[in-house]
Design a protein around this ligand. Structure first.
Ligand code: DGL
Length: 272
């Protein structure tokens, strides 16, 4: 049984990379819904429908545990899948998201208790981050800001173009103008770490950037320690396979660039 990692596109590779660094022993199956990306501007119903299709596809291909390595899917689909779908699909299987583990580390990181969130319009509109923070650390004030152009920049590999700089600077300025006390910025979209070197250019040095990869990897390790009944089902051959809903040539060339090694994916059709 493998660990499935799902994202709307390439973004989840930033999470998979850190998970494999920390937990290299397991077998992984990555799925990017690149053909239907971006999810960030889609409705709740569509993101839920697409995410459920992806989770089922990963279960059918031997995953026992699926990480929704996508904030938009975690915000809009995780709760419904956990509560309504898993009991009927297979109550022994698990689906985990990326928002709660991120929120849990914030009290240890911010000193000013003012945090900025950069995320997709969908994640921002869901207010999932502020709702989780209200439960876990109500002393932290979070300013949620949507960056609608950042995912298309990554998916089209415009990361190092002058156009990317324009959109990155514009959104950072808007966020920092809204709250001058922000000392930590959460990259609340798994695509954004691929832009981190550009984002850093426009941020004062004293502001920390929080990427989710390591946080999610640590949280998964902790989860598996607390759940030996799940851990014992996972196979340990150190393998990784990649699935995409796009043409493999497109996925392979960009995924290879982002991961710094050759990737050979397979195409799957989630509508079938
Ligand atoms: N990478 C996804 C996230 O973490 C969303 C990208 C998209 O808009 O499809 O939110």
């Amino acid at each position: 049984m493998k660990i499935g990692v799902f994202d709307s596109g390439y973004g989840g590779l930033t999470i998979l990379k850190e998970i494999r660094k920390r937990l290299p022993q397991y077998d992984y199956l990555y799925l990017g819904d690149n053909a239907r990306n971006p999810y960030g501007s889609r409705s709740f119903e569509i993101v839920y429908e697409f995410t459920l299709q992806a989770v089922k596809a990963l279960f059918e291909r031997g995953c026992h545990l699926v990480i929704l390595a996508c904030n938009t899917a975690s915000a809009k689909a995780l709760r419904s899948i956990q509560q309504n779908d898993l009991p009927t699909i297979d109550h022994s299987k698990r689906v985990l998201g990326v928002i709660r583990p991120t929120v849990e580390v914030l009290p240890d990181i911010t000193r000013s208790n003012h945090v900025g969130l950069l995320a997709t319009p969908g994640t921002v509109k869901s207010h999932s981050y502020s709702l989780e923070l209200q439960k876990l650390a109500p002393q932290i004030k979070i300013t949620e800001h949507a960056c609608p152009m950042w995912v298309p920049i990554v998916e089209n590999n415009e990361i190092d173009s002058p156009g990317a700089d324009y959109f990155i600077e514009k959104e950072i300025k808007k966020l920092l103008d809204t709250d001058h006390h922000i000392d930590t910025i959460v990259l609340g979209c798994t695509h954004y770490p691929l832009l981190e070197h550009r984002i850093r250019k426009f941020l004062p040095e004293n502001i920390k950037i929080l990427c989710q990869g390591q946080i999610v990897a640590e949280s998964l390790e902790d989860y598996l320690l607390r759940h030996p009944e799940i851990e014992s089902k996972l196979s340990k051959k150190r393998s990784v396979k990649y699935l995409t809903t796009e043409h493999t040539e497109k996925f392979d060339s960009l995924a290879s660039l982002f991961l710094g090694k050759d990737i050979n994916s397979q195409t799957i059709d989630l509508n079938a």
